[in-house]
Design a protein around this ligand. Sequence first.
Ligand SMILES: NC(=O)c1ccc[n+]([C@@H]2O[C@H](COP(=O)([O-])OP(=O)(O)OC[C@H]3O[C@@H](n4cnc5c(N)ncnc54)[C@H](O)[C@@H]3O)[C@@H](O)[C@H]2O)c1
Length: 416
Amino acid sequence: MVGGVYGVKGMNICVVGLGYVGLPLAVEFAKAGLKVFGYDINKRRIEDLKQGVDKTDQVSKEDLKNVDIHYTTSIEECKEANIFIIAVPTPVKKSKEPDLEPIRSAGRDIARVIKNGDVVILESTVYPGTTEEILGKEIEKHSGLKAKIDFKLAYSPERINPGDKKHTLKTITKVVGGQDKETAEFVKKLYSKIVDSVFVAKDIKTAEASKLLENVQRSVNIGLMNEMAVLFDKIGIDIWDVIEAASTKWNFLKFYPGLVGGHCIPVDPYYLIYKALEYDFYPHTVAASRIISDNMHIYLLNKIIRELNNYGKTLKGLRVLFLGATYKENIPDTRNSMALKLLDELKKWQANITVVDPYVKDFLNKIPEGTYDITILAVPHKEFMDKKEELIEKTTLFIVDVKNVLKTDKKRILRL
Ligand SMILES: NC(=O)c1ccc[n+]([C@@H]2O[C@H](COP(=O)([O-])OP(=O)(O)OC[C@H]3O[C@@H](n4cnc5c(N)ncnc54)[C@H](O)[C@@H]3O)[C@@H](O)[C@H]2O)c1
């Protein structure tokens, strides 16, 4: 019987990969009274967690201190686990093809300790088929056990939105898909211990595809708004004003142009494109959205240069206050940050840039005294939003308000 041999009391969980996704899961299961092992290959991360330090800032110090999790870099120390939840990274290679090595390697490690009756749940974002065809096969090959017979596979996509206090692990509906009905029900029961609602998808592939669809939909919608931003700019219309007007229609979907970074929207569509090519099908819309959005920092740079031209100035030597380096506000994550890409471009033009980001230790954590020619509010962290008036006062020429958050007529504002 799947997992059930251990009964509810005997559910021992091993979370494999303790990053943005894995750590909160481990903590919640531990809070729910389950025995939890936290396995990660990064020694530094494990040392930090043992000291009660979470550099991703996802779990409160108090929660970290109060839960009893056995953190380790040795999978052998997790052999008492009967449920393995994998939350390792799923990046793309330079060629934009999926890099599934972390999943394969997690599979090989689990194979060393997995037993009859155990359950393996993948949470990482993947293309349909990965759980059974890549992860399952890797475990089978290295353990000698058979998936669906000796151990069971399931998939449950993580849908957290870092920095979002409203939609949390507990309140977001958890989608699960199992190798068979019994497994799906078992996994539902498991997650019900820590989340308010669980949706059982038809099967694993459906659950895998649902996560990609969510992110591809966002990629396409934001890509469309970015494309319209560029077009309307050529015509001499401001996209933000157009969206405001169009939003008065009941069925207009409110998406905005933006510098889309992070590791979901810029990455996940490539997983789907890769899979589609196996079927001799090229998803043009999905690919186009990536191409447009991946170049928005260049468009913005051009816009800044054009605007400076109106003042008879260039970027060389210009005093620029650059605010925010992360991929989104109020979190310390700089992975695939478009703000950093914009910063790199500005450096090539030899601007005199002061970068402030209270969440990233490489930069100043406070806005310095003095004035600047232009201010670029790349990421509107709450610390900057509290200083709107100060930003307006200390900028002599104009402010680049990437996310259209300032809403002021006291200063010339350039929007994306
Ligand atoms: N961060 C998010 O907002 C988010 C949201 C939804 C889904 N996801 C998906 O969840 C997955 C994990 O993302 P993340 O942001 O938590 O990544 P992360 O980089 O923050 O954490 C991954 C952790 O896994 C560890 N790791 C890597 N390879 C390992 C291995 N073979 N064995 C054990 N540990 C290993 C790393 O050291 C790291 O600590 C990805 O597929 C991502 O696309 C992320």
